[in-house]
Design a protein around this ligand. Structure first.
Ligand SMILES: Nc1nc2c(ncn2[C@@H]2O[C@H](COP(=O)(O)OP(=O)(O)O)[C@@H](O)[C@H]2O)c(=O)[nH]1
Ligand SMILES: [Mg+2]
Length: 404
């Protein structure tokens, strides 16, 4: 806000100067006649004193604001303690608000006493400006507090970036430690990529003999079995058989039977360990037998042991733990460890299309300490399944690519 007094001979002269110097948005706040010159009040001349005001974004508020922001940035870069910074900023905010309130009151008082028409919009805009400035200051204070909290937590930029990608805290810390040990002259990003890529072990899965999928309910085991069956039978022209021991869920049998019918491949429902032997025997001319299992609670060792009896009977090294990449970090540990009783050899991570951060993939692989065989990326059978190499998976994990 610029407020300026003009001593002129008449109003026309005042208006001309005000318009020229303050622009067309200026308003007249007050006007009065005063005496000028003379000796001891004699021979004085009556002139007009006109006070005009204009809100001036560039030259006033924004400049003040910019100065404050610059001051804060300087304080931040000087790494002052949190309290010192915040109290300094708070004082700035208060001072600025107070200044503006005083000017406003002053202006209103002048307008009232001189009965000058004034621009309501100007006051309104002026108030909005105050709110804006205070909000801006507030967000800067928050940002600074966050920065200081981060500093206090001792976490560096890389650690925070990894955690933002949903990698769990411990894993992110381990990656940072490994990055810090790399001596070659590479950028930090390159080092992080190298470490993450190194942690991913992909198995070029050969689907033959008997393939068993285990994992919690709803992660996509049956859908994945259907996708694999489709690829093997339709694309690779292999003889495929389907077995399910998922008789607990209503509709589970029908779901797989429908796929088997569509693909015209043999399908058996197994209810007992004895049935399992017979079913495998009946499909011995198949190149691949895919076995779907019941989703059991990984917390219930009884249920897992029961399932193990079936899986043991199959006698295969081709057991995949199926787990969704939308699984919460804490649950990953419970699932991965709970299913270890089934001696799975590799991991299938499903539902990559349902999230935009993929750190959980590495959380799963590291926790299980097993290679990854497939990822699934949607509900379409048989299309939405693929193998990904470590580079592609690293791109996803570090948030450089997304699955739509
Ligand atoms: N978005 C998405 N949904 C999937 C994927 N795989 C399976 N689903 C869906 O997840 C739900 C449960 O799948 P299902 O195969 O019955 O899981 P199961 O209980 O482990 O056998 C179904 O609605 C599937 O269509 C996937 O990769 N992406
Ligand atoms: Mg199922």
């Amino acid at each position: 806000m610029v407020i300026k007094k003009y001593r002129v001979n008449n109003m026309t002269e005042a208006l001309t100067r005000i318009r020229y110097e303050l622009g067309k948005d200026a308003v007249i706040v007050s006007q009065r006649k005063i005496r000028k010159g003379g000796i001891f009040g004699l021979f004085t001349k009556k002139i007009l004193e006109v006070t005009a005001a204009v809100e001036n974004n560039k030259n006033d508020s924004s400049k003040d604001m910019q100065e404050s922001i610059d001051a804060i940035k300087k304080l931040m870069s000087n790494k002052l303690g949190e309290e010192a910074v915040v109290s300094k900023v708070s004082t700035e905010v208060e001072k600025r608000s107070q200044d503006r309130i005083e000017i406003k009151e002053d202006m209103e008082e002048k307008v009232r006493s001189n009965r000058v028409i004034y621009d309501e919009n100007l006051i309104e805009r002026y108030n909005e400006k105050i709110v804006e400035e205070v909000q801006q200051m507030k967000s800067m204070i928050n940002e600074m507090m966050n920065m200081n909290n981060i500093q206090k937590s001792g976490k560096g930029k890389v650690q925070l970036k990894l955690e933002k990608c949903d990698l769990n805290e411990n894993l992110a810390k381990r990656i940072v430690d490994k990055v810090n040990k790399i001596e070659e002259s590479k950028t930090e990003d390159e080092k992080v990529r190298e470490v993450v890529e190194d942690m991913i072990n992909v198995v070029p899965t050969k689907l033959d003999n008997v393939v068993v999928l285990v994992g919690p309910t709803g992660v996509g085991k049956t859908t994945t079995i259907a996708k694999l069956a489709g690829r093997l039978a339709l694309l690779e022209k292999k003889k495929v058989g389907l077995i399910t021991i998922d008789t607990y869920r209503i509709g589970a049998v029908e779901q797989l039977k429908t796929y088997a019918d569509i693909m015209n491949i043999p399908f058996k429902v197994v209810l007992s360990i004895k049935d399992m032997e017979l079913a495998i025997e009946s499909m011995k001319d198949c190149d691949v037998i895919l076995v779907d299992t019941t989703g059991r609670s990984s917390k219930n060792t009884m249920q897992i042991s029961e399932l193990r009896a079936f899986v043991d009977k199959v006698n295969t090294e081709n057991i995949h733990l199926v787990i969704s990449c939308t699984t919460k970090n804490k649950d990953i540990e419970v699932i991965v460890n709970g299913y270890k009783l089934l001696n799975y050899n590799s991991i299938i991570v499903t539902k990559l299309d349902e999230t935009s951060t993929y750190g959980s993939i590495l959380n799963i692989l590291e926790c299980a300490d097993k290679p990854i065989s497939f990822v699934t990326t949607g509900q379409n059978v048989p299309d939405d399944i693929k193998m990904m190499n470590p580079k592609e998976l690293t791109n996803l994990i570090l948030g450089e690519e997304v699955i739509c």
